[in-house]
Design a protein. Structure first.
Length: 116
């Protein structure tokens, strides 16, 4: 079953959005969960990830602006995106990973558009 990303939309530069990723209980408690994005004409990239224990990692481009967190009661992973920039415009996906390898199927993602 694909992880479902939601919460995207259109926002002005400097604004914020909160993305949510819903996962099954077993997935949530077994895998590292990552947020990825793919901008038009670019390869998909890892934006942030969170381990089962709550340790986090961020791409340099979002460090200090984005925060990834998990809600163990709701089996969800959230990506809080602040100080958004036009270059953050992309389709955002969440997926499960083992080490550097994505092990789940890609869902449709959620579109984030940041206007200048």
């Amino acid at each position: 079953v694909q992880l479902q990303a939601s919460g995207g939309g259109l926002v002005q530069a400097g604004g914020f959005l909160r993305l949510s990723c819903a996962a099954s209980r077993s997935t949530f408690r077994t895998y590292v969960i990552g947020w990825y994005r793919q901008a038009p004409g670019k390869q998909r990239e890892l934006v942030a990830s969170i381990t089962i224990g709550g340790s986090t990692n961020y791409a340099d481009s979002v460090e200090g602006r984005f925060t990834i967190s998990r809600d163990n009661a709701k089996n969800t992973v959230t990506l809080q995106m602040n100080s958004l920039k036009p270059e953050d415009t992309a389709v955002y996906y969440c997926n499960k990973k083992q080490g550097p390898t994505v092990v789940g199927k890609w869902g449709q993602g959620t579109l984030v558009t940041v206007s200048s």
